[in-house]
Design a protein around this ligand. Structure first.
Ligand code: GUN
Ligand code: FE
Length: 416
């Protein structure tokens, strides 16, 4: 049994940020046993780790991030999605044919993810099986809870990053076979997005998805160009999301659609039907001007929404920053299109960043009894003239915080 003292904050539900000031949290075998305002008699004699005025919160979940784009973050910001991919991102991703290069980058990527307090993530690799294999092994070794994909793309891609259907399916199946029995970092199917995937490839992936009962991640209605191009290429599918349904890719496991900015009614219907997560990536959609998600309204309609850093379309790794940006963007969207969106509260953004996003990985993202103790200790960004409640300390951390404000990190009860 481990005992920690401090202020404890987590999301109870969408609008409810629960706080326990000056309390104790008991952890047994990596699982939260309970939270106590006073230390109960039964724990007498057990040493307490005292975090005093600091705040203990659940670790963050990043539902959309591109590990191979890590070297590109904060650069190449002069283009929009299509040109950004072709001018900068695709040439960079071609380098992952070189396993040595991949190792160097992926080691740094995983370290930086942990530094930023992200313990759960849905991750894109590249088309390269070996490099993507190193990435998933590295995350498994760290004990991070993750879904990691070898990317599939077989059209509208440069020759050096374009697979044949046979190759793509064979390598994907080999990737699944090798890593299906991983403990924490599991494989997921990863067709890049409709503009770079042929019908034959998607159908083949659908078969693999059914055979292995494995989910899918992709980009959905990210930009106006992408939304239009997808239905132009697949006019019979009804919507971007419909392309994946028709290929048999939905309903085999988790469904994660990054961005979801320009959904049709049919996209919304399908995401609800399959319990898919739409992922808002605030920095990314500003950087490559994809648009602003209707976060509040989509959530009200029953679409699950998580947050993503989308490195390197996005520039910052911290999901706490993306939570603050999500509130800001939802206000802008409501201001400019009052009929189209409801602004979200900070409580809702934090819920998406922790409990709601975390649900994808099991009992993580909360500090209620029975949840894994995947947690961060946040130090107060204080001023001498204004006392903050624990919940306010967390809100300020999301707006102002940096990695130096994360004083300790726990994964399955182990201090990292
Ligand atoms: N759509 C297809 N590929 C990508 C990518 O790498 N990043 C983003 N943001 N959108 C994409
Ligand atoms: Fe992306």
């Amino acid at each position: 049994m481990e005992l920690y003292h401090g202020n404890i904050v987590y999301s109870g539900s969408r609008e409810d940020l629960v706080q326990f000031p000056d309390s104790y949290i008991a952890v047994q075998d990596g699982i939260v046993e309970g939270i106590y305002p006073k230390l109960p008699e039964k724990f007498a004699g057990i040493p307490v780790t005292d975090y005093a005025d600091d705040v203990i919160i659940p670790a963050f979940s990043d539902l959309h991030v591109h590990a191979p784009q890590y070297p590109q973050r904060g650069t190449a910001m002069d283009a929009l999605l299509h040109d950004w991919l072709h001018s900068y991102t695709f040439p960079l991703e071609s380098r992952y044919a070189d396993l040595e290069y991949a190792r160097t980058v992926y080691d740094a990527f995983v370290e930086d993810m942990i530094l930023h307090g992200t313990m759960h993530a849905v991750v894109f690799g590249t088309i390269h099986r070996e490099a993507s294999g190193y990435l998933i092994e590295r995350m498994e070794k760290a004990g991070l809870r993750a879904l990691v994909g070898k990317v599939n793309m077989d059209m509208d891609s440069p020759e050096y990053l374009c697979e044949t259907v046979e190759e793509s399916l064979r390598e994907t199946e080999a990737f699944l076979e090798q890593y299906m029995s991983n403990r924490t970092a599991k494989p997921i199917l990863t067709p890049r997005f409709a503009p770079t995937c042929s019908r034959e490839l998607l159908k083949g992936l659908g078969k693999i998805g059914r055979k292995y009962q494995v989910g899918v991640q992709t980009h959905l209605v990210e930009s106006l160009w992408e939304a239009q191009e997808s239905v132009r290429l697949y006019p019979d599918c009804g919507s971007d999301t419909g392309i994946y349904e028709q290929a048999g890719l939905l309903g085999n496991g988790p469904v994660i659609g990054a961005h979801f900015i320009f959904p049709r009614e049919d996209d919304i219907r399908l995401m609800k039907k399959y319990g898919g997560y739409a992922v808002q990536c605030p920095d990314s959609t500003m950087n490559i001007i994809a648009g602003i998600m209707r976060t509040g309204t989509l959530s009200d309609e029953g679409v699950k929404i998580g947050l993503g850093s989308d490195l390197a379309g996005g520039s910052l790794f911290g999901i706490y920053t993306q939570a603050a940006r999500s509130v800001q963007l939802s206000k802008l969207k409501e201001f400019y299109e009052p009929d189209n969106n409801r602004a979200i509260s900070f409580a809702q953004a934090f819920w998406m960043a922790t409990r709601h996003g975390g649900a994808l990985f099991g009992n993580v993202g909360s500090l209620e009894k029975g949840y894994a103790f995947d947690a961060l200790v946040i130090s107060k960004i204080a001023d001498p003239f204004h006392e903050l409640s624990p919940a306010e300390i967390v809100e300020r951390f999301c707006y102002l915080g940096e990695t130096r404000h994360i004083k300790a990190r726990y994964l399955a009860g182990k201090k990292l």
